[in-house]
Design a protein around this ligand. Structure first.
Ligand code: SF4
Length: 409
């Protein structure tokens, strides 16, 4: 008897079977109609402008599809997900409804796979998992459906290359984020290389100062000990650095950080020797870049209010909100239900903090223009629901606002 395949990296060949289900669950006629009208509609004093790039990215689209394929192919087997498939509460809830169990990380970090058996099917999320977790799952013998995004694999390839060539990976990312943890683990694959994670340009500046002027390594490790490889020695491991980034960071900050390290290494070792001490690949994914570029374009003539839709723990959504907040009043909503048309209120996360607040009277009377975008893990149906709730807050119906459905010839 042929041995069962236990590792799937490119889906399970059931796209046609699950596509109608996915369309039914996540598609939005409202979004289609707004697109048909050039991403903008206006009536009754209310204008809504949709960013030209928004919502589901290719990696998320594919990951969700593979999860549905897995359920379809193995209806009777236990199905698990390592963490959240993506950072969207609605999509994660739908997967739970399909009977997919979520294995959440322990407070101290790492996953407990002790309840898994070889018969189980385990889905690896779009962010990927650490090498340690991957190996643990292989050792158990579970059937793995790996949805790690190609753009994440690209970062892994870069940092592995840095390590192989003796460069320490400086990863611009969040040390607690699944993707960055997985990326850091890949550094160890390339000759057991070193890594250091910097969250923002302030942290990067501290590291650059150390490279230029030295300092107390104990103090350095007190600050970065949680975000670097075991045995990290700032006096030795910062002589050759390669910069990479989590795929969903703020593009402008990523550029600034890379430039900061380049300038520092030139100052420290001279322009001629730069290639021996500094490397850089921009590993921001194109979906993140496109969504950030689209809101930047929108902010050239900022709307009165901007709504950014997406999980509160979604890195790319938080960055979209940050960009918009520099230009206009911005609300980051986790879901369309954050807008309560009856109460006239909106619940949102304060940008740059973890606080969720509710605000009433958020939609002013008279002419108002609202911009709308969504993070890479937000399905279109949630964007459509948001539009409908904004309209309902104004007492407008969808048809009177959007006009008749445009029929295809
Ligand atoms: S945000 Fe980028 S890296 Fe992440 S899943 Fe989407 S395309 Fe892939």
């Amino acid at each position: 008897m042929a041995e069962e395949k236990t590792y799937f990296r490119t889906g399970l060949g059931l796209k046609k079977a699950v596509l109608p289900v996915l369309e039914g669950e996540y598609h939005s006629n409202v979004v289609d109609r707004l697109r048909e009208r050039g991403y903008r509609a206006s009536a009754g004093g209310l204008t809504i402008q949709l960013a030209e790039e928004f919502g589901y990215c290719y990696g998320v689209d594919r990951a969700v599809q593979y999860a549905y394929e897995a359920r379809h192919k193995f209806p009777d087997r236990r199905l698990f997900l390592v963490g959240e498939i993506i950072h969207n509460p609605h999509v994660n809830a739908r997967l739970r409804d399909l009977g997919i169990e979520f294995l959440m990380p322990r407070p101290a970090g790492g996953f407990n796979f002790s309840e898994l058996a070889p018969d189980d099917v385990v889905i690896i999320p779009a962010f990927g998992v650490t090498m340690h977790d991957f190996q643990a799952l292989r050792d158990i013998g579970c059937l793995l459906v790996d949805t790690t995004c190609g753009s994440v694999l690209n970062v892994w390839k870069r940092v592995e290359g840095y390590a192989r060539d003796g460069f320490t990976s400086i990863i611009h990312g969040k040390f607690f984020h699944e993707e960055t943890k997985a990326t850091a683990s890949q550094v160890r694959r390339g000759n057991g290389g070193a890594y250091l994670i910097v969250r923002d340009s302030d942290e990067a500046r501290v590291v650059c100062d150390y490279i230029l002027h030295g300092g107390d390594s104990k103090d350095f490790l007190e600050r970065f000990g949680h975000a670097c490889s075991e045995g990290f020695d700032p006096d030795k491991d910062l002589e050759k650095v390669g910069v990479a980034n989590q795929t969903t960071m703020l593009a402008s900050e990523t550029v600034k950080i890379a430039l900061g390290f380049r300038t520092t290494m030139i100052e420290r070792y001279g322009e001629v020797a730069i290639h021996e001490h500094y490397r850089h690949f921009d590993t921001l994914c194109s979906a993140t870049q496109d969504r950030q570029d689209a809101v930047l374009k929108m902010m050239e003539t900022p709307p009165d209010i901007m709504i950014v839709l997406g999980g509160y723990n979604s890195s790319n959504t938080n960055h979209l909100a940050q960009i918009c907040a520099r230009h206009t009043r911005t609300y980051h909503l986790e879901d369309a239900t954050c807008i309560d048309p009856l109460a006239g209120s909106i619940a949102h996360k304060i940008i740059g903090s973890e606080d969720i607040v509710s605000e009433s009277g958020w939609l002013p009377v008279g002419d108002v223009e609202i911009g709308l975008t969504a993070g890479a893990s937000t399905p279109n149906n949630k964007i459509g629901d948001t539009v409908e709730r904004i309209l309902a807050t104004r007492g407008l119906s969808l048809d009177e606002w959007l006009g008749p459905v445009v029929k295809a010839d």
